[in-house]
Design a protein around this ligand. Structure first.
Ligand code: SF4
Ligand code: SF4
Length: 374
């Protein structure tokens, strides 16, 4: 008998347990394999019988009581944090499995049972992908981790090149949980509707969000509004202090226009997260909350945006922090597994990040000094 855990306690986790213990076990035993027992639901805060914490799951895993964790695809929002927590805790990537996308009525589709679970590294799936449509920004926050205030001239992503790149990615990655279109400020790019449509056409099952500081949201045109509605995209508003006076009107407009949105709490502080001296912590990456912000840029994919935007910092201050990183999507030797596993490994650039101290949010403008960043 194979003893394992299933992440979560939603109806999808319950369905996954039922399918693993019945239809999937039946299929395994007919092929000479062992049956499966789902001993526990693994949750962040256990409250019911049968539920255990991630930490307790790891204890049971390390002493051999549980051998696998299955993560249903419906947990794409928690997915990256969870995987990094499991890896930090000593779990082998081979023992983390992704569930198939479940849906109401799934039980009637016996033909899908062989594909119920897939080892994480072999699954042509990413829980998260982000990409810039503009590197510059209209707000220019001090400590912006994307270095947007250091972008001297407008830099827009080339739509035709991006179309080629996202279709190249699709050759390996067939499904994505959430796609975040951002920058810089994405509303500065007049072609934003085309990027939304392209993302939807290549990844029809993904959640698509446009991440914005919303300072320009009160003047978006009908074309963008229609594209948001047609492609079931929503705005995610990062709420910085200058938005306070406008936010009421913006929310009303979005409700009236039937465009869904989410909004953060007011962000009064930013952490200064950069250092010029290597941080000396080879495990920093596994604690970094941005390490799962998989970024697509100019034919490459990387665990975060930093390898693609650090050039602005280097150019401005004459530094040479690592930039030439990320996986080339056009490499001949590329496989799904190579992409997946390389996204779980620290980059040279990670040595120049620290947790940092919080500082009051303020605008830095275009005339920042090195001390504003490190
Ligand atoms: S709003 Fe601020 S943090 Fe966000 S991209 Fe613009 S400058 Fe950077
Ligand atoms: S470079 Fe590495 S440590 Fe820095 S933000 Fe990106 S993933 Fe995190």
């Amino acid at each position: 008998m194979i003893h394992l855990g299933v992440y979560g306690n939603s109806k999808w986790s319950l369905l996954m347990k039922k399918l693993l213990e019945n239809d999937y076990s039946e299929m395994l035993s007919q092929n000479g394999g062992e049956r499966i027992a789902v001993d526990h639901f693994v949750v962040d805060e256990p409250s019911k019988e049968g539920e255990i914490s991630v930490e307790f799951f790891l204890q049971k895993y390390l002493c051999g009581e549980l051998s696998i964790l299955v993560i249903p695809k419906e947990y794409y929002m928690q997915y990256n944090d969870l995987v990094f927590k499991l890896l930090r805790g000593g779990m082998n990537t081979d023992d983390i499995y992704n569930g198939i996308r479940l849906f109401d009525g799934f039980e009637g589709h016996k033909d899908l049972i062989p594909y119920l679970v897939t080892p994480m590294a072999e699954d042509p799936y990413l829980s998260y992908l982000e990409y810039h449509v503009a590197d510059h920004c209209n707000l220019n926050c001090k400590y912006c981790t994307h270095y947007s205030p250091l972008v001297e001239q407008p830099v827009f992503t080339d739509l035709a090149k991006f179309e080629k790149d996202i279709n190249q990615l699709k050759k390996y990655i067939k499904d994505i949980g959430v796609i975040r279109i951002l920058g810089g400020e994405p509303l500065l790019n007049e072609e934003l509707p085309r990027f939304i449509e392209l993302s939807r056409s290549v990844y029809p099952g993904s959640l698509i969000t446009v991440v914005t500081n919303a300072m320009l949201l009160d003047r978006i045109n009908e074309e963008l509004k229609e594209s948001m509605r047609m492609n079931k995209a929503f705005f995610h508003i990062s709420f910085y202090p200058p938005l306070e006076k406008k936010i009421g009107d913006i929310k009303k407009m979005l409700v009236d226009e039937k465009i869904p949105f989410t909004i953060t709490d007011m962000i009064p502080e930013f952490n200064k997260t950069q250092t010029l001296k290597p941080n000396g912590d080879p495990d920093f990456f596994y604690h970094c909350f941005q390490a799962g912000c998989t970024c697509l840029h100019d034919g490459k994919i990387a665990p975060c945006y930093a390898p693609f935007t650090t050039k602005y910092f280097n150019e401005k201050y004459g530094k040479s922090l690592p930039t030439d990183e990320g996986i080339d999507l056009y490499s001949d030797e590329l496989t799904v597994e190579k992409i997946k596993l390389s996204l779980l490994v620290p980059m040279a650039r990670c040595s120049f990040c620290i947790a940092g101290e919080p500082h009051k949010w303020e605008i830095v403008g275009k005339n920042s000094t090195l001390e504003d960043w490190v």
